[in-house]
Design a protein around this ligand. Structure first.
Ligand SMILES: [Zn+2]
Ligand SMILES: [Zn+2]
Length: 174
């Protein structure tokens, strides 16, 4: 498994994000506030611009950054900052995520407006989406790996809402 980027690298990524926000301000004769930046993204995305309860932030995937540091510093940072700028100028929800507005901002910032999703993520931790077949006496149930782990390792019990018998791991489970 690859190690996530170091605190020093995180600092560099934050600085690159601030620099991209400054650049966008200069190019568009506007002023954009700096954003909180977190390194709490896992799975297949390198970055994500998020608005939740009115709070804006950029999330980066510290494993993908570790594996493709130079590329991520250049491309992922500008990609997410462009989403932020589009949100400031047009409203995040009123435009398509990688639509004309986003492509326009990318070009303004001197970046190619491509959506990149072609990283080889083999040694990067993935979310576990595996499902497990369980059954009560009336039907079968598909359980998440989290619930499966609670039952198998912590002795948790889940019951069917219809017949209220406990769920048991089905024989043909993958
Ligand atoms: Zn995007
Ligand atoms: Zn049942």
């Amino acid at each position: 498994m690859i190690e996530p980027i170091s605190p020093q690298q995180q600092q560099q990524v934050r600085a690159a994000t601030d620099a991209a926000i400054d650049l966008a301000g200069r190019c568009l004769s506007a002023s954009f506030d700096y954003l909180p930046v977190d390194f709490d993204l896992s799975g297949r995305c390198a970055g994500m611009y998020q608005v939740r309860r009115g709070r804006r932030r950029i999330r980066y995937n510290p494993w993908i950054f570790a594996k493709y540091y130079v590329d991520s510093l250049k491309n992922t940072v500008i990609h997410e900052v462009a989403h932020y700028v589009v949100d400031c100028c047009h409203g995040h929800r009123s435009v398509k995520p990688h639509g004309a507005e986003w492509r326009g901002v990318m070009r303004t910032l001197g970046a190619e407006p491509e959506v990149r999703g072609d990283y080889d993520l083999e040694d990067i931790p993935q979310r576990n989406y595996r499902k497990f077949n369980y059954a009560c006496i009336c039907r079968s149930h598909l359980l998440t790996s989290i619930r499966h782990g609670r039952i198998q390792q912590q002795g948790a019990e889940y019951r069917c809402r219809r017949c209220s018998t406990p769920l048991r791991l089905a024989a043909e489970s993958p």
